[in-house]
Design a protein around this ligand. Sequence first.
Ligand SMILES: Nc1ncnc2c1ncn2[C@@H]1O[C@H](COP(=O)(O)OP(=O)(O)OP(=O)(O)O)[C@@H](O)[C@H]1O
Length: 334
Amino acid sequence: MTDGSTAVEEGPACELVRFDSVVKRFRTSLGRRQTALDGFSMTVPRGSVVGLLGPNGSGKTTALKALLGLVRTDAGTIQAFGHQLPAGQKFVAPRIGALIEGPAFTASLSGEHNLRLFGELHGVGAGAVAEVLELVGLTHAARRPFSGYSLGMKQRLGVAGALLAAPELLVLDEPMNGLDPEAVRDMRELFTRLRDERGMTVVVSSHILAEVEMVCDRVTIVRHGKVICDAPVSELLDRGAVRTVVRIQDVSAARSVLESAGLTVTVAAGPHGSELHVDGAPGRDAGLVKLLAEHRLYPEELRVRQASLEDVYITAIRKADAAQPATGSAADGD
Ligand SMILES: Nc1ncnc2c1ncn2[C@@H]1O[C@H](COP(=O)(O)OP(=O)(O)OP(=O)(O)O)[C@@H](O)[C@H]1O
């Protein structure tokens, strides 16, 4: 490649983005150092929808901003489209559409007018505006002022803005935040269409795990700036295998018995009140019953169900917490 950026060898054909051991430290207003990314490594395969998951403050937005050249990293490498960043940012930027921390539009102008202004910055005209409005399902509201849009419509207009320059990679920070279930479903269907009909790659940070499970091909789970899981969703769900659901009178006593035995237990609402979800493989059930019976606890029902992405996520976070207890949000002090 002769584009002038450094280290421009193409990565594997299927890999669009690679973060390798990236470190980012902020200095807070109180003068403390805050490690937002702490050896963050992640890959984004071309033509996939990738979910970036993690608790609040775990570093998701910082990672996305680093990819977009909005924050300067302290160590590690980021490659996108075969270019090393930040040197190759100018080659990469036109290929990425992004929506980070909400859309910035003028309230009094219509959705269409806002996009036209936005389009002028990117050198695209009315045709492209009409096309993206159609893509996000806002053609009917194109002439209405932005101030009258629902939250879902505002988010979709933001995504339309990110799509204006026909990017190959779409980067969205919590685009489903605050949306009602129908708007969330519309957003999910949009991602699927963009991937399937346009071959686009989408990276989306989200806390809505059920949606991520439905739409994402791959997830990266980050905790305290470190990636604790980076794998295809299908693999994670297979690996998560099954959970045993225990219905029992004394939920809290049963929970402490099972947790004392080293099992990962979650309390969840079931059709007959609270129940316990226990990580584990089938065949363990007899062991569970025996363990509980030793403490005079007798389940009313025991059933096995497939683990969800939420189960996998909670287990991964708990394992990471057990291995390395939280130290606040990786604040280093001085
Ligand atoms: N500009 C900044 N100055 C100081 N600290 C920052 C700055 N930006 C982020 N941080 C800190 O870095 C850590 C990671 O923040 P980040 O916004 O990347 O997390 P997140 O995973 O996106 O969180 P959320 O899910 O709440 O959006 C947090 O502790 C945050 O307070």
